[in-house]
Structures are given as C-alpha cells and as structure tokens.
Design a protein around this ligand. Sequence first.
Ligand code: PEP
Ligand code: MG
Length: 748
Amino acid sequence: MQLKPGTIPHTLKLLRDLMNKKLPIDLLLEKTVYVIATQLNVDVCSCYLIRPGDILELYASYGLDKSALHETFLQIGEGLIGEIALQRKSLVFEDAWAHPSFVHKPETKETAFKSLAGTPILKGDHLYGVLAIQTTQIQTFPTEIIELLETSALALSEILTRENTQNKQEPINNASRLKKMEGVCIISGVAVGTAFIHKRIERTSNILAKDSSAEIKRLNDALLMVQKEINNMLTNPQLAEEQIDIFKSYLMFTKDKGWIEKITAAIQMGLTAEASIQKVSDEITERMQLITDPYLRERIHDFNDLANRLIKNLKGKFRRTKLVLDKNTILIAENMGPAELLDYDIKKIKAIVLQEGSQTMHVAIVAKSLNIPMIGGIGAILSHINAGDYLAVDATKGLVYINPSDEVLDDFSIKIQTHQKLLEKYKLLKGLPGITLDGIPVQLNINIGLANDLMSIDQNDYDGVGLYRTELPFMTSNQLPDTETQTEIYKKAILQVGDKPLTFRTLDIGSDKVLPYFDNTGEKNPAMGWRSIRITLDRRALLRSQLRSFIRAVNGKELRIMFPMISNVDEFLEAKKTLDIELKREKNKGGVLPSSIKVGTMLEVPSLIFQLPELLKYVDFVSVGTNDLFQFLFATDRGNPIIWNRYDSLAPETLKVLKYISDECRKANIPCSVCGEIASNPIDAIALIALGYTSLSMNPAAIPAIKAVVRTMNREKTAEYILSQIEQSNHSIREQLKSYAIDHGIFI
Ligand code: PEP
Ligand code: MG
C-alpha cells in the first residue's frame, strides 16, 4: 500500500482540529473514522468501544453497513477485533478471512473486505476499545499507517478518560462518608490537623501536534526549566543531606537518555510534548506496576513526579510561590513524588496520607528525614475526605479519623508524646554498629534497584549493598542497554558505595519484570516460567555482556556477583563458567581484573535446599531470597493480594527451612544472608538473627528499626526461645515472638 507524500501529517492535522473541537463523543468517533478512512484511502475504518460486561460494540464506522452500528457485538478474544483487544497490541491480518480467529458478522456486510489492521484504545491498563481499518484488496500496511492508528487511538483514549472521570466526579455527601479509614504504616507517627488535598496536574487535552520539531524544542526547554527548578531546590539551606541527594538523583533522571529518547519518539509520531510525556509515563507505570518488589515498583512515582513537573512547565502552570497552608496540615493525595512534597511549606505538614504508596517511595524517604508520619494504601480516600476536614492520623497503626470526637483527640495527645520518644531513640543509633547484646555483629545491608538510589541514603547507615537488582535500566529503556551503557550504570553504584561491599545480581527478568523489547509474554505461569537465570543461560550473550560490564565497572576492586533463581547445582556451575570465560577474555584483552571475586547464589527455589551440601562446595556465599522462596514453598503467588496474608513467614515450617539453610552454611563455613522483604520487618528480623543469620539485606528505610532490634536483643537467649516455640507450635509464632520482644526489652 503506497501513501502519497504528506498524507500522514495532513491526516494528523485534520484529526487534531477535530479533537480540539470538543464534540460529543458519538460525533467525534463518527468524524474520526471518516477522516482516517478517506485520508488513508482505505475502504473501512471502524471504532469498537467496550460496553458493560466487557463486550466490544461497533460504535462508529465508515465503510461497514450503517445498520450494524450498535448492533454488532464481540467478546474480547472473539474475531480479529476481539483478538486485538485480548492481546492489547496492534495487529495486522493480511488475509483476514484465512485467519483461524476470523468471525463473520453478516450484519456488517463485510464479505468484500480482505485485509485488516487494528490497534487497541488503551489508557494505562484500561481498555476502551479498538480502532481498525479494512481494505478490499489483500495488502500489507506500512508502519506509518499503524503508527497513525496508534496515535489516533491514544488521542481517543485521552478523551474517553476525560469523559469518564468528569462523569464520575460526585460531591462527597456526609451520609456516605466513613468516620475512620485504615491503610498501612509507611512512617510511624501521630498527628492531628486540617486536610489539604494535593492535586496532580489534570491530564492534557492537547494531544496532537502541528509541528514535531517545535514540540521537541518545547520539551527541551521544559527539561531545562525543570533542571533549573531542581537546582534551585538544591540551594535551599533547609535541605538535609538525604534530600539533597534525592534531588541530585532527580537531576540525573532529567538527563536520562532512554527516557528522553522515548518521549522524543512519541513526539515524532505526531503527539504534543505533553501527550508524549504522558504516554511514556503511562507505559513505564504500566510495566512497573507488574513488579511485585515494592522498592522497584515505587520508582514509578519518581518518573511520574518528573513527568508532572515537565507537563506543568509546558502548560505554564508551575507555581513559583508556596501555597498558604494551615499551620497543622495533613496532606492527602493519591500519590506524590519527593519534589512535589517540597513544593509545600514542609514545616506546616504534620502527616501525609496517600491512597497508594509504600515505604520505599522516595517521597517516604524524604518525609522520613523530615519526621513526617505517613500512611499509604488507604484506598478511596478522596471519596471520604474534603479539604478542610479535621483529621487525627495514627500512622503507626495506619488509621485516619475523620472529624474525630473529643475523646479520640484526647487519646491522640498522649500518643504524640510517646512517638516523640521513639524518634529520639532512633536518632541515638545513627552511626552505631549493628551488634547484639551478647556481642554478635550483624551486617545491615541494603537492597537497591538503581545506582541513583544510593544517593539518597546516608553512608553511615548501612554496611554494604547486599542485593543490587539490575533489572530497572533494562525495563525503562527502549532496547537492551549495551555493555558500555551498563558499565557506566554499574560504575556509578561502585563509586557511591566506596569501600563497602556491593553484590550485583545478574538479570532477573521475566515473571513480574517485563522488558518492552523482549517478548516472553503469553506464558500461563510466568513466575515458574522462562525467567531470570533460565533466560540468561539460554541467551548467553545477554549474560556475558552483563558480566563483562560488572568486571569493567569494578575496575580492579572486589567483584561480588550472585545468580538468581538457581534451581540446581549444574545451573550455578554453568553460570559460573560463563563468568570464568568473561574473566579470561578480559585478561586476554589486557583489561583490569578484579582484586578478588566472590560468586554466590540466591536461594529462592526449594529444590536447591535439598542440594545444599553439594552446592556449598562451589559457592562463595548464599543469599536467601525469601520473597520467591516462600511463594514456591507455600505455592502462593507473591503478586496476588487475595492470598498474601494466608501464610506467615514465621510459621514453624518456614523457620525450620531457614534454620536448616543457616546450619548447613555454617557447617560448610559459607556466609549466608537473607535479602527478601522479611529482613525489613523487625519481628521477622529477630527470628532470622536468632536462627543464625548474621547478615540481612533490606529496604533502606528499614535500617534504623532493624538496627534498634539488633542492638537490644540477646541472640542466644532469643534463639533458645524460638527453637522451643518451633517445636511446640503448629502455627505462626509471630504473636508469641512479639510478646517476647516486648517482655525482653527488644525495641520493636
Ligand atoms: C527474593 O525473591 O526474595 C528476592 C530478593 O528477589 P526479587 O524480590 O527481586 O525476586
Ligand atoms: Mg526473587
């Protein structure tokens, strides 16, 4: 199929004019399909929208029989249109009738049409419908046509989202409001004050651009403005060191080549700078939301915060002066990034309540350094709280009382004093080593996902990086980062940690960590599928490139590497052999070799437990990945909230497994640590230390609480207690251990 020069820009211009007219949706769709069909000179253009019950309804069409409108329905997965909706990606069927999924709908009178191309109308993970074209001749469709369909679908999805949200906004009526809401504690603390609703910029309605080069210039200008704003923030003398470091890492994001290239590519498809930024952040958000690891997942907010800042600048809506707040303000938001928080007069913010959110968000790290209590995961808070409501927030318990009684308020003044004492205790621990009362040193390491993460962490607070998850740069870029790019990324991390040990983990992609350019989707059970070391052993060049980057990045220092998802000894030996090949290659090329090399394994597949005596002959260390290990031990999908809490990590069966691993490693004199989420939880950490683990790797925000545990517990006595409990109990010992900790002065 040949297009006349200038067809695509001209069609985009017509569509842009159309979408700017704010027409009723039916009319807009009718005109859109007309413009696309007539300008591209195709026989049919149709738009199907999802109706209640997940049915696709033929909503507008140029070329299909008019009597079929609103009378033709398809299930998701039914026919070629249903297939596009199911697969959620653009598909081309050159010979539509020959395709096994083809379904003939006689009412459309489509007998004559042969080829079909369509694209889903998607906003994030929400599917609105399908936009498709058909021709009577069998033909291929050039990429620029598919891109035009995608751009049109994106513009339609924005308009449909706007329609939806506008229709949904109802005033909060007092009768349907809750008096108390419950979320999860992100930063402990207690506060009372007046609600202030933080609003993110509304979605842009300016979607299609006239002139791509002008849009690229607008983008670059906005990037410069944002960099200037962040530089201004950095000069604020009130900022603590952790906050300065977070904003330095922000500044690096604004220069992130992969991110900027993606936005530029979207502009080149015909979108405005605002719509391109929105598109890219929606894509990154969607991909990152699949990740079950909270620390990695929370990096979404940094990208979104930056995206918002850029869009505000593009729209000329950036506020240069701080808003006037009540002196005791409780900030309420769906979500926010750290820079958004610092746009407020922080002295007046007494607590933050987020609809989403977890401990590992950067905004939480900033709020923590400012001692602002924070609650996350509270659900539809904006449907229950109005600006100006009086709130009592017990972040430690994750509770928010809306316009509370005098009794509740009296109770809160006592709570506020008690919490102040806890903070003073944490402050006293800064810089002190993790050592138990009976003299056992416990290494307190951190898990990171980006070299930049290290910039926001006080160097005195951790002993090393126990787990560097290397997937994120692979997930946020358009293509596999090459060896040079990877080396630069890893070098940054090495530079930040200085002399502290840092353990790289090779790529753990697949399962919940999906790469946009690597198609291993469609597996029925991806957590147990082709993932992690299984991929990198099969795609050896990928593994070799990463190992080469690690060797080059450490540049003569110690190299620590571990392999994820190892299921048997052979896999480990095979992976290690690959490292040896790379070391030899580097040597032959005259490169700098590491001063020493430690090669370990993650233990996260149960089969490996039964090979420990053999495995321990070959590994330099073991790191227990309890997130995966427990999901496989209990056959419980770690990403499925329905069953998250069904099994407990302190059940006798898990404790026995953890004890066996620790005992075997000690016998073989092989260091063993835990780097799963349980290491970040004070009660679980008590159990781990008692079972013999002297190295824990956790999310950085957990360090003060875990250090407080370590320094107030007696390892030997707690071990005696736990071992007796394991023998006596047939269910989780969490409650007993909590009481034991309170009775024995362990600081939890
Ligand atoms: C684990 O499985 O415990 C682990 C640390 O790895 P990840 O969470 O990245 O799968
Ligand atoms: Mg894992």
